[in-house]
Design a protein around this ligand. Sequence first.
Ligand code: DAH
Length: 338
Amino acid sequence: MLENLQQYQEEVNNFNGGTASEVEEFRIKFLGKKGIINDLFFAFKALPGDQKKAYGQPLNILKKAAEDKVESFQNTQGIDENNASFEDLTRPGYAKSKGSIHPISLVRNEICDIFSKFGFSIAFGPEVEDDWHNFTALNLPKYHPARDMQDTFFLDVSPERLLRTHTSSVQIRHMENAKPPLRFLAPGRVFRNEAISARSHCLFHQVEGLYVDENVSFADLKQTIQYFTESLFGKSKIRMRPSYFPFTEPSAEVDVYWGLETETDYRITKGTGWLEIMGCGMVDPSVLENVGIDSDQYSGFAFGMGIERIAMLLYQIGDIRMFFENDIRFLQQFGAQY
Ligand code: DAH
């Protein structure tokens, strides 16, 4: 069989396309499971070692040539094989499907848009952080028990280098380099070593918000969050439960009243009607002092939320893994919005 290689190569070279079924016939003849090329490779395998050299290269060339032919003629196929052959340049083109924006980006953009309406700008910081910006300056000194909650990925190069566990680190970077009044959002990726269950994910997204000025109060915080929930979810009833974060004092968790109108509402709110959406609080004066801002003159509020969580609520997505699997059927549901 291998003696005929030359002849097969000529046949492939001379193939000039045709109707869809002719191209398909050619493909099956040469590249099909029981096609010539597979047979040739089979024969090749059985050759004694010293003869392999002579056939290996031409065999690969033949295979590549056949694949190229099929590809080029498949791409120029007409829609109707009877009257539209590859030569018909007047036939209608193929519609190109549009891409869509990932739901995480959609929600991030939406959150940034809402806050930009009242003067919040956007800030970014590095994903590889140091201990100071991710922990110490945020009132989490070494051996602080709250560090354990953050399941940090430390980098091998130095124990001082780590993947940021929250976007709160951007607060510190920004405050170190600018003077109040400050008002910004910091969206970005964060990392936690959470291999507890298949549902937990080591990489997710957060948005941090910070506002520092003279006379910023808890009332300002509450009003800002309320405006936000109204704009994003169309729901303005919120409640703030006392909580603890090292970098804010007092601290709160925000619940939005989702309602109990449908069965889904019951399920996702566990029958309470309330859903937790973010953490927040008044910036701890010692955090301000850590970055050289006079805490007698200035005060501020901060908040942080997980974008996946917000997106799951907004689009009623039941499993966080959907965001990372890149299943086109999932992604296409978010439309071509650009
Ligand atoms: N950094 C917190 C976390 O990752 C989220 C957070 C809570 C940020 C309260 C804040 C805040 O700015 O005030 O869990």
